[in-house]
Design a protein. Structure first.
Lengths: 164, 191
């Protein structure tokens, strides 16, 4: 009985909507500082010592914008599944990068939000994994307030003679 | 009727939709990022120079990096002053023999304490150099170091010392690790 109620709650689209706003908001917030200071962010990427030199600057230019665009799309309900997939992909890459850095014991700042003063730790890994699970949850259960549906034919409208 | 079937099929294929929407969103972000970077005044070059020499350079772009071999040679000739830029606790756990501690994060607190000692050591070093006629081709140096290839503390400290008027300031990248792994003289805390 209790399990059934928990299942109903978990699979209800409302908690998924709240988590969608939360994850989208985090990505928008994380992107702003990096967009503002690309040179600092490129320093930060370089300090991970994981990427070849030629790709550091392109990543510093591109990464904040993919975070911003997918974060805004997720919050606004535009192509939610695609945005959630991108965010999950990014979180997976970030988690792997942080794990590698921790194993190699490279003492660097995370660069996740502000570029200085946020040293990487296993807590960073845990936080990213929780967000990753949240992203997958949004992909699976989110179904409320989608802006892009305003411009689409709804399945129930398909039965109306005008749309046939 | 055909339209209805096609549309229902589209609605029932969320995974397939995601597959073509993801590249579209990536392409959109890519276009915005490249355009914005091109238009902004503080743009960064698409291909940057991230070699060690370029990363640890002064304001004129001249590299400050000194190799372990060169640092060792200067050390053996008493022509180098090593400055540890790591936090005090790490310095106390172990440091290059005779190195001074000037933690970059507390440089304001410790610099005035260190400055007279550093000046005295620099003048001693100048004396050693002038006495040592046969090694005129070796120049003396102040060498900052910290730990880890991406550690920036020694770089910041080196730039600060240059600003304070010290000459021949160099950086030994990943200094503590390469020095003690090479079995060179260190002072370690005895527990």
């Amino acid at each position: 009985m209790i399990l059934a109620r928990i299942t109903i709650w978990i699979t209800h689209p409302f908690p998924a909507l709240l988590i969608r706003f939360y994850i989208g908001g985090i990505f928008v917030y994380a992107s702003l500082h990096k967009i503002n200071l690309p040179a600092e962010f490129s320093d930060n990427i370089a300090s991970y010592l994981l990427l070849p030199h030629w790709i550091v600057n392109p990543m510093a230019i591109f990464l904040p914008w993919i975070e911003l665009v997918s974060g805004v799309c997720l919050m606004a309900g535009i192509r939610v599944r695609a945005s959630a997939s991108i965010i999950c992909g990014l979180l997976l890459i970030f988690t792997i990068a942080v794990i590698v850095v921790l194993i190699k014991e490279t003492p660097i700042d995370c660069g996740c939000f502000q570029n200085v003063g946020d040293t990487v730790s296993w807590l960073t890994v845990g936080r990213d994994l929780i967000w990753l699970i949240m992203g997958l949850y949004v992909y699976k259960y989110d179904n409320l307030i989608h802006l892009d549906r305003l411009f689409m034919i709804k399945p129930e409208d398909l039965d109306k003679p005008d749309n046939l | 009727m055909k339209v209805k079937n096609i549309s229902k099929k589209l609605y029932n294929k969320p995974f397939r939709d995601t597959l073509w929407q993801v590249p579209l969103i990536i392409l959109l972000a890519f276009t915005i990022s490249i355009t914005t970077n091109y238009l902004r005044s503080d743009k960064i070059p698409l291909i940057g120079n991230w070699s060690v020499d370029a990363r640890f350079s002064d304001s004129n772009g001249k590299t400050l990096v000194i190799s372990l071999e060169k640092a060792k040679e200067l050390f053996e000739n008493n022509l180098a002053i090593f400055i540890d830029a790591r936090p005090k606790e790490q310095y106390e756990q172990g440091h290059i023999q005779d190195a001074l501690s000037l933690p970059w994060q507390e440089v304001d607190t410790y610099f005035m304490e260190i400055a007279p000692i550093l000046e005295e050591r620099v003048s001693n070093m100048e004396r050693v150099k002038s006495d040592n006629g046969e090694n005129k081709n070796i120049s003396n140096a102040i060498i900052t170091y910290c730990d880890g290839e991406s550690c920036e503390l020694s770089h910041e400290l080196a730039l600060f010392l240059k600003e304070m008027g010290f000459n021949n300031v160099h950086i030994m990248v990943n200094g503590w690790t390469v020095w003690h792994e090479a079995g060179l003289p260190v002072s370690v805390e005895i527990k």
